[in-house]
Design a protein around this ligand. Structure first.
Ligand code: MN
Length: 231
């Protein structure tokens, strides 16, 4: 096949302890999946089923090694959101909760970087979230840990520091919608495909970063990522 233009580069993630890499297909993100974060965003966590938005695969940054992201344009409120990331290894549609984990390839630590001012403006005007959520370098993600190596974490501390100061601190056991539930609900709307990622939502404590800041995010058992914001 001859292409009229050079094809865009495939985005891939490091897999811990392996030479092969994980090809990224689509990036789904869960909104408001920790009660305390839903409250800090002015929403009632008890009334809403999970909802999803997306980022392009091109937004993914391999943060298996210390990485950097460029401060994005058109924002004065660029926020960190530390999240557990789920990598889908086997596709499927209408996946039952009880079988959902068999579709999971592995887990990683990730950041759902957000232009909060643009996101809230869109939210309040009933517009799409893309400009707030889906932009270049908005998804730094650490090394994937295979489920066959580490199992399926149900409880683990999830933390984020900025320049060494604690910002976000919770436990993935507090996810309102578990990994299994997210896979099941999402696959009812859209057939999941190998290479899809699901960012499972952030706990409370989101806040702004500036050029020069160093974010360090960790999920117990999945290691830590270090991401510097550059001007
Ligand atoms: Mn998020």
């Amino acid at each position: 096949m001859r292409l009229a233009l050079e094809a865009p580069a495939l985005r891939t993630l490091t897999i811990a302890g392996r030479d092969e890499r994980f090809p990224v297909n689509r990036v789904f993100c869960v909104g408001r999946n920790y009660a305390a974060h839903a409250r800090e965003m002015g929403k009632d966590p008890d009334r809403e089923p999970p909802f999803f938005f997306m980022k392009p695969a091109a937004a993914v940054v391999d943060a298996a090694q210390p990485a950097s992201v460029t401060y994005p344009p058109k924002t004065k409120n660029y926020h960190h959101e530390i999240e557990l990331v789920v990598a889908i290894g086997r596709g499927g549609r209408d996946i039952p909760v009880a079988l959902a984990l068999a579709h999971v390839y592995g887990y990683a630590v990730g950041l759902d970087m957000t232009r909060r001012d643009l996101q809230l403006e869109a939210r309040d005007q009933g517009r799409p979230w893309e400009f707030g959520k889906s932009f270049a370098w908005s998804a730094p993600i650490g090394a994937l840990h295979r489920a066959q190596d580490i199992g399926h974490p149900l409880a683990a501390a999830i933390t984020l520091t900025v320049n060494g100061q604690a910002r976000q601190q919770s436990d993935i056991a507090k996810l309102i919608w578990s990994v299994s539930a997210c896979v099941a609900v999402l696959s009812a709307y859209e057939a999941l495909e190998p290479g899809d990622l699901i960012m499972t939502g952030t706990p409370e404590g989101v806040g702004a970063v500036m050029a020069g800041d160093l974010m360090r995010g960790e999920v117990q058992g999945l290691g830590a990522i270090e991401v510097r914001v550059t001007g």
